[in-house]
Design a protein around this ligand. Structure first.
Ligand SMILES: [Zn+2]
Length: 312
């Protein structure tokens, strides 16, 4: 008798001691066709590979055992649901060797954890999942029942009548909208034509300005926003005036300023203002030097006066 397990497992090796009247090889070796998996067959237990049908928490160490993890489980019949057998699977978890017992539930077509673990809750609200609620199986079955239909027909008809005005109104609205398809078509085409025309106009306008892109029509808001922008023009203007004044004045102080009265002072300041304006005009563009040299003299005078004024 061969002791080579692999050869025996193949079930093809017939040792020299074997004779056909001894029956099959399994019988000859005194073993079950399922080998080790059948070792508890006398207790009604077959060892099979069981695949976890859902995620569970191990009852021993509280770690998660994922759906699809496989176990060597002892499968045995524990009861019947009508003619369907109820199977129990007993296995030891890989994490802590805790015993887990799971049974089939033919009535609800699912697996039930009997002991050693808890199912991970993965059921969601209809609202959370944003799906429609389907009527329960019992409800759906009831609709086929003529008595149930008869009882609820009245209620359903009432509901229908309540909803009717809204539906009729919607239908009428829709009909009115789509009754005159000629005018609808006409309006749409006119709209499109107008749009095309506008685009062409804008394109030609931008081409005239030498722009590669089409400009949007001028908006009132844009105009208002542009008007609100303040540039620092006053500062620039003052600076220009001052500079012009300095450039226009003589570098030589004037001697005849000691005997000026208050009235004269005022007059001088007025003149200075005028001369400043003239100077700025000059900068903007246009007088000959001979024309402004005269206007610039008083300002130089004023300088001398202010000094003498302080002295007196
Ligand atoms: Zn565990």
């Amino acid at each position: 008798m061969s002791s080579l397990a692999a050869a025996r497992a193949d079930n093809f090796y017939y040792p020299p001691e074997w004779t056909p009247n001894q029956g099959s090889l399994n019988k000859f070796h005194g073993q079950h066709a399922l080998r080790e998996r059948a070792r508890k067959l006398d207790q009604g237990i077959l060892i099979i590979r069981f695949e976890m049908p859902f995620n569970i928490w191990c009852g021993g160490c509280n770690s998660m055992i994922a759906k699809g993890v496989r176990f060597n489980a002892e499968k045995k019949q524990v009861g019947n649901y009508y003619s369907t057998k109820i199977w129990s699977f007993t296995m030891k978890s890989a994490c802590c060797k805790h015993e887990i017992v799971i049974q089939t539930d033919p009535k609800n077509c699912e697996y039930v954890i009997i002991s050693g673990a808890t199912k991970k809750t993965e059921e969601y609200d209809i609202e959370d999942a944003e799906t429609f609620a389907l009527p329960a199986d019992e409800e759906r079955g009831k609709l086929a029942d003529p008595f149930y239909r008869l009882e609820h027909q009245e209620e359903d008809l009432k509901k229908k009548k309540e909803a009717e005005p809204v539906l009729v109104r919607l239908q009428r609205f829709s009909d009115a909208r789509h009754s005159d398809d000629y005018s609808l078509n006409k309006a749409l085409r006119a709209q499109l034509r107008g749009q095309k025309k506008r685009v062409a106009e804008e394109e030609s306008a931008s081409k005239k300005m030498g722009l590669g892109i089409r400009l949007l029509p001028a908006a009132k808001e844009d105009t208002a926003a542009a008007a609100h922008v303040k540039f620092s023009s006053k500062f620039e203007k003052n600076r220009k005036n001052k500079r012009a004044l300095i450039q226009a004045s003589s570098i030589f102080p004037r001697q005849s300023g000691s005997s000026t009265s208050n009235k004269q002072l005022e007059l001088e300041s007025k003149r200075r203002k005028i001369s400043a304006a003239a100077a700025s005009n000059l900068l903007v563009g246009g007088f000959k030097p001979s024309a402004w040299s005269q206007g610039a003299v008083p300002s130089r005078k004023q300088k001398g006066i202010s000094i003498t004024g302080r002295h007196s």
